[in-house]
Design a protein around this ligand. Structure first.
Ligand SMILES: [Zn+2]
Length: 257
């Protein structure tokens, strides 16, 4: 059986009988990998760390017919705090679901892997996990070639000037202050939201969660990025249902992903 090494983040883990687990991994070298890990239900298994969601591990895998088999695990980053804080856990579930839904087996993207790893790392100490999610969304879209065009109006092609701009989910485009009035169905947004969207895509990740954003801009950013992702990748994310439930059940919790 051929073997290979991979640096991989665990996106999903489900039970297979008593002791085995099926994993969805995202690796730096090969992109998505579906693998089975055996015997982790038993005490003292050295393979158990790979079953922890979001953990980053250096793995030795054996190629199988349908699923590869995890043979060795060396922990690189456990990201333990992401599994002990329910709000961070919920946001990170969305990050990994977004990666799972936007990638295909056999297509590696070291840039996307590095982005996911860096974002998970920042989430361990982030005070506002939702802002890191926004930055992640905008960068994933850019890596996939779906970045929203934030420099020109979808109708007149000129610079996006005006205090109130528009975004049309069905076209995935922004509209200037003049053209937005003649664009039915466009979501209105303020100029600051567009400026924040531009800077979120570029600024160092360790500065993102320290941004001081008003609630209007935060809500508009969430709406625009969600609509753009729905347009290009898909609208259904189970992790978002979980996050919304969490926010409805928790009084005073900050608005999230
Ligand atoms: Zn225009």
């Amino acid at each position: 059986m051929a073997t290979y090494h991979a640096l991989a983040i665990t996106l999903r883990c489900r039970r297979l009988g008593e002791a085995d687990r099926i994993l969805a991994l995202y690796s730096r070298e090969r992109g998505p990998i579906d693998a089975v890990v055996k015997g982790v239900g038993k005490p003292k298994s050295k393979l158990t760390p790979v079953t922890q969601l979001f953990s980053c591990n250096r793995l030795l895998l054996a190629e199988g017919r349908s699923l590869d088999v995890v043979a060795q695990v060396q922990v690189v980053d456990a990201y333990y705090p992401l599994r002990t804080d329910v709000l961070k856990f919920a946001h990170c579930c969305y990050l990994v679901e977004l990666v799972a839904k936007s990638t295909e087996p056999g297509q590696a993207s070291p840039e996307l892997f590095d982005l996911l790893r860096a974002t998970l790392h920042e989430q361990t100490s982030a005070s506002r996990p939702e802002l890191l999610v926004r930055a992640f969304e905008s960068r994933v879209l850019a890596l996939l070639g779906y970045a929203p065009a934030t420099d020109a109006c979808g109708t007149c092609g000129r610079e996006l000037v005006g205090e109130t701009l528009g975004y049309l989910p069905s076209a995935g485009q922004f509209y200037c202050g003049t053209c937005v009035a003649s664009t039915p169905g466009a979501t209105k947004l303020c100029r600051g939201t567009l400026q924040t969207l531009r800077s979120l895509a570029r600024m160092p990740l360790d500065r993102v969660s320290r941004l001081a954003l008003g609630s209007q801009i935060a809500a508009e950013l969430r709406r625009v990025l969600r609509a753009h992702i729905a347009y290009h990748i898909g609208a259904r994310f189970r992790s978002l249902d979980f996050l919304h439930q969490l926010q409805q059940n928790t009084i005073g919790m900050a608005p999230g992903a």
